[in-house]
Design a binder for this molecule. Structure first.
Ligand code: BGP
Length: 488
């Protein structure tokens, strides 16, 4: 008998029991969905809106967008926001994460002129959400920079941090009586690397590998910090909201057990996530030490007079450190990381600095695109590295070619939420919310409408932009309702 009990205990402790375990979201855990202004709104020049870098890029260089399309109409949410609210209500989500279009509110980018029609649009949306008991979670910046500010050098010009803070003040002042969750900036790495390292964002043709990317990074950190601090001094007492930043990260799994690959994987995480998180969330602040050391060394051997990484002064370190009420985390992929050494005379770049190579493992189950254990490891890494901060998963989702029979998306969401719950319940990760990207198919940046992430299908050939629920919408609705993941 005793032998049998021991055997049973051993069997369950190995994790074989997980399959049949009912996983329930803890009380108060928030489930939501997300979008971003340029990707859904359309109305690109409606009612006094100014031009953003994405308007300029898609109009001037359609050849750079996979299907040569624009976000001029997109899901037409500028006109169809009531339908969006009806769909959110149908899903019964706790929160809706959406972003403000900076040039819709401040057409020139500057806060001296406010567009009343832009303000009205977001007031309607926010009031509509609250009337339906859906918490608005507002991103101030999800990539649609006013073209006027790009003309001044965009994020490589440190002055943009001040203009961003001015924009944040306008938003807090007008919407902060009702908005209690603010995300300053979405995915700094996608902005700085997308535009300056890989030429895969907007604007195009301003590549400046290993230099522009880091200038952009410093301005973004300062923009975030300044807008957080001004919430503290001018708004927090009356509005009592929470302010955070959203950082995206892959999980970097060492390709082999060799120490050089293990170290490379750690470098990948520090250069990818630590670049942003260390200055804000680590008690000592500043960039990760390894970034400072390697970029200084590389810069020296390339004959630069100082590091290509613009250092943070002690005052700037202090300004940035601790500027969070929560950690917004976006996660999609896991990569295999190996060490890669570049010859000294290779031209400067972020890739050279981090000295790693990222690949996928074709053998991963259920698929190389669906790697839930990487998500659990990432959440544990954040816990260990930054003293278990309060995390809100602000994006997670699955891209496919579209259609309402989206079984792979259902599988993705199920196994990723399982991984999340194991991280919370078994590993003690402090996560309070999960947000699916996205409620509906939308304009996927340079991929145009060729990749779909929605729980709702959008008919982009129909002038009415009809929305229909996919099977994943039904699945998520059920999870939200039962707060439980189905066992099978
Ligand atoms: C995030 C963006 C979203 C959306 C999503 C798609 O980086 O914040 O706007 O584009 O990515 O995911 P993927 O990284 O798979 O393209």
């Amino acid at each position: 008998m005793l032998q049998k009990i021991i055997l049973l205990w051993w069997f369950f402790s190995l994790g074989f029991g997980v399959e049949s375990r009912e996983l329930k979201f803890p009380k108060g855990f928030k489930l939501g969905v997300a979008t971003a202004s340029y990707q859904i709104e359309g109305g690109w020049n409606a009612d006094g809106k100014g031009t953003s870098v994405w308007d300029t890029l898609t109009h001037d260089h359609p050849e750079l967008i996979a299907d040569h399309q624009t976000g001029d109409i997109a899901c037409d949410s500028y006109h169809l926001w009531k339908e969006d609210i009806a769909n959110l209500k149908n899903l019964k989500v706790d929160h809706y994460r959406f972003s403000l279009s900076w040039p819709r509110i401040l057409p020139d980018g500057f806060s001296n002129v406010i567009n009343p029609e832009g303000v009205k649009y977001y007031n309607n949306l926010i009031d509509g959400l609250i009337a339906n008991k859906i918490e608005p979670m507002v991103t101030l910046f999800h990539w649609d920079l006013p073209q006027n500010l790009q003309n001044l050098g965009g994020w490589t010009n440190p002055i943009i941090a001040d203009y961003f803070a001015d924009f944040a003040r306008v938003a807090y002042k007008i919407f902060g009586d009702r908005v209690k969750y603010w995300i300053t900036i979405n995915e700094p790495a996608s902005i700085c690397l997308g535009v300056y390292e890989y030429d895969d964002g907007a604007p195009a043709f301003v590549k400046s590998p290993g230099i522009g990317s880091y200038l952009c990074g410093k301005t973004i950190l300062l923009a975030h910090a300044k807008s957080f601090r001004l919430y503290d001094t001018e708004f927090r007492a009356a509005q009592k909201g929470k302010v955070g930043i959203t950082i995206d990260s892959i999980w970097g799994e060492p390709k082999t057990n060799q120490s050089q690959d293990i170290e490379a994987a750690e470098r990948e995480m520090q250069f990818g996530l630590g670049w942003w998180a260390h200055p804000i969330f680590a008690p000592q602040g500043d960039y990760p030490k390894i970034m400072k050391t390697i970029i200084a060394q590389n810069s020296k051997s390339e004959n630069f007079t100082k590091s290509r990484l613009p250092l943070l002064t002690p005052d700037e370190v202090k300004l940035i450190q601790g500027t969070f009420d929560f950690f917004g985390l976006n996660h999609y992929h896991t990569g295999l990381i190996s060490n890669k050494k570049f010859p000294v005379d290779t031209s400067p770049s972020y890739i050279k600095d981090k000295g790693t190579e990222v690949s996928a493992n074709p053998d991963w189950k259920p698929s190389p695109k669906i790697v839930p254990w990487g998500f659990r490891k990432l959440l544990n890494w954040v816990k260990k590295e930054y003293n278990n901060p309060l995390v809100i998963v602000t994006e997670n989702g699955y891209g496919d070619e579209g259609g309402v029979d989206d079984k792979d998306r259902v599988l993705f969401l199920k196994v990723f939420m399982e991984a999340l719950l194991l991280a919370v319940l078994d590993d003690g990760c402090n996560v309070s919310g999960y947000t699916v990207w996205s409620i509906m198919d939308n304009m996927e940046w340079r991929s145009g409408y060729t990749v779909k992430f929605g729980l709702y299908d959008v008919n982009f050939t129909d002038p009415r932009r009809g929305r229909s629920p996919k099977i994943s919408a039904q699945f998520y609705q059920n999870v939200v309702k039962t707060r439980t993941l189905p066992e099978k």
